[in-house]
Design a protein around this ligand. Structure first.
Ligand SMILES: CC(=O)N[C@H]1[C@@H](OP(=O)(O)OP(=O)(O)OC[C@H]2O[C@@H](n3ccc(=O)[nH]c3=O)[C@H](O)[C@@H]2O)O[C@H](CO)[C@@H](O)[C@@H]1O
Ligand SMILES: C=C(OP(=O)(O)O)C(=O)O
Length: 418
């Protein structure tokens, strides 16, 4: 199993190309199953989650023509078959094939994703949304079994909370329903709006994506389509923090300020400068870091997917900061690992109190999930001496060529074989 070796102390300088958004790509690959016509996706990030999701649609009969950062997905010969636990276990987002399979074929069987590292992550809102559209949905022997012999019917769906995945499930299913569907309390994440843009390119008629109220016309006339995936705001935020933590300056090519307002606002509160450049965003720090508090929230609030990275940053700030995680109940697994590097953090329930300013020093640490792992990379960049990060496959799920991108900006980082 690959490991990363990082020797801290280099200020990062240069440009980083931000890849396409993993969390936008995954539902769009699933959405290809809705229509019998080919869907071309461009700006597709080269990460293992994307490969796994392409594998899932291939399992359902899709033909995929792959080129660098693009894929044409032809599902004209697709079938609905069971999506096994073995497939879902690798990546929870595979549950996103449930709605397209049900909508296109009238039946679907997808293994229940298990509780994972960052929380229990139930799928009750996905199930309720499909039931509201007229599907019979049951949980049988660890499978979500859904059927709707006479097709889905448009309706009003009120989500109990703005779940990203449940909004995407409801939106995809509603495109094939008879009549209009209204989703209230919808998630407003840019990835939801990008799925709507992709579905619209495929022929769907959707209004309001990116707001709390989405209207989907139903009865879509599908056609062949091409869609360019938005840049990854979480990858961009991660490199912004890399510039900040090392006291360097990075140009984040393709990063979009309009997707990152809460992140930029918080970084500025810590003394980091962020400004738009010709090709994206420029992030720089030449002053001591100030402590700042953070609460994770649904978009446009501060994303949970950047909480671990921000915690690494606060380990290097002057003063104490309070970080509150409100989205996932178990998203502090990076804390004991950051403490192995010398961080001073106290955990109480959903709060972490970080007392910054302790000198960090290299150690052996364990990656536990995608964002926890990258927070260890960030801390290692400023730790004295050598840090070895084990279980790097977590990083490969969502960061394209992380070690290479960092090395090109001056980091002392190498990938070690097993
Ligand atoms: C592939 C993808 O896009 N993943 C992102 C997506 O995950 P995902 O779509 O799984 O996240 P959700 O927005 O659905 O989850 C938010 C909260 O709702 C809960 N919940 C969700 C569905 C449900 O049926 N019942 C329920 O209780 C979850 O356990 C969690 O506590 O949004 C999260 C929140 O921004 C991000 O951290 C993930 O990176
Ligand atoms: C939690 C994440 O992904 P997923 O929802 O696919 O587990 C993430 O991208 O940080």
């Amino acid at each position: 199993m690959d490991r990363l070796r990082i020797v801290g102390g280099q200020r990062l300088q240069g440009a980083v190309t931000i890849s396409g958004a993993k969390n936008a790509a995954l539902p769009q690959i699933a959405a290809a199953l809705l229509s019998p016509y080919p869907l071309e996706l461009t700006n597709l990030p080269d990460v293992t989650d994307v490969e796994n999701m392409l594998g899932v649609v291939r399992l359902h009969g899709a033909e995929i023509t792959r080129s660098a950062h693009a894929a044409i997905i032809d599902t004209s010969a697709a079938i609905s078959k069971e999506t096994s636990y073995d497939t879902v276990r690798k990546m929870r987002a595979t549950v996103l094939v449930l709605a397209p399979l049900l909508a296109r074929f009238g039946h679907a069987r997808v293994s229940l994703p298990g509780g994972c590292a960052i929380g229990a992550r139930p799928v009750d809102m996905h199930v309720a949304a499909l039931a509201a559209l007229g599907a019979r949905v049951a949980i049988e022997n660890g499978l979500i079994v859904a059927s709707v012999p006479n097709g889905l019917t448009g309706t009003r769906i009120v989500l109990p909370s703005p779940s990203v995945g449940a909004t995407e499930t409801a939106m995809m299913a509603a495109t094939t329903a008879k009549g209009e569907t209204e989703i209230l309390n919808a998630a407003r994440e840019p990835e939801v709006a990008d799925l709507a843009a992709c579905l619209s390119a495929m022929g769907a008629r959707i209004e309001g994506a990116g707001t709390h109220r989405i209207l989907i016309a139903g009865d879509t006339n599908w056609h062949a389509a091409s869609h360019d995936i938005i840049p990854d705001r979480i990858e961009a935020g991660t490199y912004a923090i890399a510039a900040a933590i090392t006291g360097g300056q990075l140009e984040l090519t393709h990063a979009r300020l309009e997707h990152m307002a809460s992140v930029v606002q918080l970084l500025e509160a810590t003394g980091v400068s962020v400004w738009p450049g010709d090709r994206g965003l420029i992030v720089s720090r030449d002053r001591p870091l100030k402590a700042a508090d953070l609460t994770t929230e649904p978009y446009p609030g501060f994303p949970t997917d950047l909480q671990a990275q921000f915690m690494a940053l606060m380990c290097c700030a002057q003063g104490a900061s309070l970080l509150r995680e409100t989205i996932f109940e178990n998203r502090f697994m990076h804390v004991p690992e950051l403490m192995r590097l010398g961080a001073n953090i106290k955990l109480q329930g959903t709060m972490a109190l970080v007392r910054g300013g302790e000198k960090l020093h290299g150690a052996q640490v364990m990656a536990t999930d995608l964002r926890a792992s990258v927070s260890l990379v960030l801390a290692a960049l400023v730790s004295e001496g050598e840090t070895i990060i084990n279980r790097v496959y977590h990083l490969d799920r969502g960061y394209e060529q992380l070690d290479r991108k960092l090395r090109l900006c001056g980091a002392d980082i190498e990938r070690l074989g097993a």
